[in-house]
Write a protein that binds this ligand. Structure first.
Ligand SMILES: NC(=O)c1ccc[n+]([C@@H]2O[C@H](COP(=O)([O-])OP(=O)(O)OC[C@H]3O[C@@H](n4cnc5c(N)ncnc54)[C@H](O)[C@@H]3O)[C@@H](O)[C@H]2O)c1
Ligand SMILES: [Zn+2]
Ligand SMILES: [Zn+2]
Length: 399
């Protein structure tokens, strides 16, 4: 079968690989009908989330049809149409039972303290082969598949595999409540759906910050007030727009590939960001303007801490590698801030988000800008990585 394979930093290709097989009684094999490229995948190819094992199939977002089932998967039938949640839980440990699927005690073969288990990620996350492929193995399939209800389209269901639940989780971490003024850092697919989620969780106003004009334009579809950090100082602007108080809640949807504005920021700041960059990504492989890491890893975190109102809350869903420690804790303490962060417990939110979509209460497909075949996946990765205008979220269609 065909799959997108990670060979090294800056080196991915579409390869012929062996078909996955059932390995345990609780496994399923899914024929993938739709996958997608995520900002998380970019971290792996740029080297900003280190530790990938060569030969790993990339991708953690998918919908598909059940092709094979192990004997201990009793809640599905062959041919069922399903969403695959990005993170993997066992469905039986105390963490899964409490809804903390991303901290499952069992699913990660590296042990209960190794962090979240998910598809297409570094060795420390499994590794599990990913979803940018024609077929995939899903462990603990009774828990790690969710049936797609009638009335939900393939494109809608695909957005529920990772980015909509992650965005929803970001708004929960930020404790968004009725009337709140919410700022979202990052107008990528996750940030735009975080703006939608904040509104659905009763925010009064939603502001969104990015440096890409085309992404800010689409963010207005979520009725978000847009701020271009290359055109104006985002912290000052957010303060001005919120009566000098700042937003009650901030959702950080940027991660380690954060950038600073494209104006001079001073030698000291440049030097500090350069050190952070080397610590976060010891090995990189930029070439031909491709796979260039963000130049300011802690920039979005710093803005979040500076712009939020005193005693406000920050929810961080942008990803940072395990050793990353450049966080402005002094300011957090000084301003009585609450900070929550994490990998999404996808399985916890997927059923109810599917219901909301089926009822017409939400449509997450506004972020999809391209529908490509798997054969065009590498070109699509390159355009998405270069931030070509109009390339926000690539859905990969498989026939
Ligand atoms: N926690 C989770 O479970 C989870 C799940 C999915 C994605 N993620 C992470 O969420 C983040 C966003 O994902 P995505 O797919 O939207 O990625 P993306 O790369 O498409 O979008 C990131 C956006 O941030 C913008 N940006 C860069 N520097 C900025 C700054 N200083 N301030 C504001 N915006 C800035 C970029 O211009 C870009 O539009 C990534 O780090 C991804 O790994 C986390
Ligand atoms: Zn993703
Ligand atoms: Zn578990």
């Amino acid at each position: 079968m065909k799959a997108v394979v990670w060979h090294g930093i800056g080196e991915i290709s579409l390869d012929d690989v062996p078909m996955p097989k059932l390995e345990g009684r609780e496994d399923a094999i899914v024929r993938i009908t739709g996958s997608a490229i995520c900002g998380t995948d970019l971290h792996f190819v740029r080297g900003t989330m280190p530790g990938m094992r060569p030969g790993t199939i990339l991708g953690h977002e998918a919908i598909g049809v059940i092709e094979e089932l192990g004997p201990d998967v009793r809640n599905f039938s062959l041919g069922d149409r399903v969403v695959v949640p990005s993170t993997i839980g066992c469905g039986r440990c105390s963490y899964c039972r409490a809804g903390y699927y991303a901290q499952c005690d069992v699913a990660n073969p590296n042990g209960r303290d190794a962090g979240s288990a998910f598809y297409g990620g570094p060795a420390s996350t499994g590794p599990f082969d990913g979803m940018q492929a024609e077929y995939a193995r899903v462990p603990f399939a009774h828990t790690n598949l969710v049936a797609i209800p009638p009335g939900v389209t393939d494109e809608q269901a695909l957005m529920v595999s990772d980015i909509f639940p992650t965005a929803w989780f970001g708004a929960r971490l930020a404790q968004v409540g009725p009337g709140d003024v919410v700022a979202v850092l990052g107008a990528g697919p996750v940030g735009q759906l975080a703006a939608l989620s904040a509104r659905m969780q009763s925010a009064g106003r939603v502001l969104i910050i990015d440096g890409n004009a085309d992404r800010l334009e689409t963010a207005r579809l979520q009725n978000a007030e847009t701020i271009d950090f290359n055109a104006e100082d985002p912290v000052e602007t957010v303060r001005d727009l919120t009566g000098g108080i700042g937003p009650d809640r901030v959702i950080e949807a940027v991660g380690v590939d954060a950038q600073h504005p494209d104006r001079p920021i001073g030698e000291d700041a440049e030097r500090a960001f350069a050190l952070e960059q080397v610590a976060a990504a010891p090995e990189t492989n930029p070439h031909d303007g491709q796979w260039v890491p963000g130049d300011a890893p802690s920039q979005a975190l710093r803005w979040a801490v500076q712009m939020v109102a005193k005693a406000g809350t920050i929810g961080i869903v942008g990803l940072y590698p395990p050793g990353f420690d450049a966080f402005p804790l002094g300011t957090v303490t000084n301003r009585n801030l609450t900070v929550q962060a994490g990998t999404c417990n996808h399985r916890r939110y997927i059923p109810r988000l599917l219901s909301k979509i089926a009822s017409g209460a939400a449509d997450p497909t506004t972020v999809i800008t391209q529908q490509e075949g798997l054969v065009s996946a590498i070109d699509a990765y390159q355009a998405f990585d270069r931030r070509e205008p109009g390339w926000t979220k690539v859905a990969l269609e498989l026939t």
